[in-house]
Design a protein around this ligand. Structure first.
Ligand SMILES: [Zn+2]
Length: 73
């Protein structure tokens, strides 16, 4: 799946969305909605991201996971 995403989305989607110019190359096939939050392993749930955007998103997801754990019971 990673290969397919990188071929179909050679430039980071988040760079394009936020107007980073020039956009950086896709290096990561990211789950838009991650597995912990119920995201599926289907093409529609993947997006190409560059390293910095992937790391920023992962950090946000980790913060949400901590919040969920704190509020679990
Ligand atoms: Zn990016």
């Amino acid at each position: 799946m990673r290969k397919r995403v990188m071929i179909e989305e050679p430039w980071c989607r988040e760079c394009i969305r936020t107007g980073v110019s020039p956009p950086r190359r896709t290096t990561v096939a990211d789950h838009k909605r991650n597995r912990a939050e119920g995201g599926a392993n289907v093409r529609e749930n993947y997006q190409g991201l560059c390293d910095p955007h992937s790391k920023a998103k992962t950090a946000k997801e980790a913060a949400r996971a901590r919040w969920r754990n704190r509020n679990a019971d």
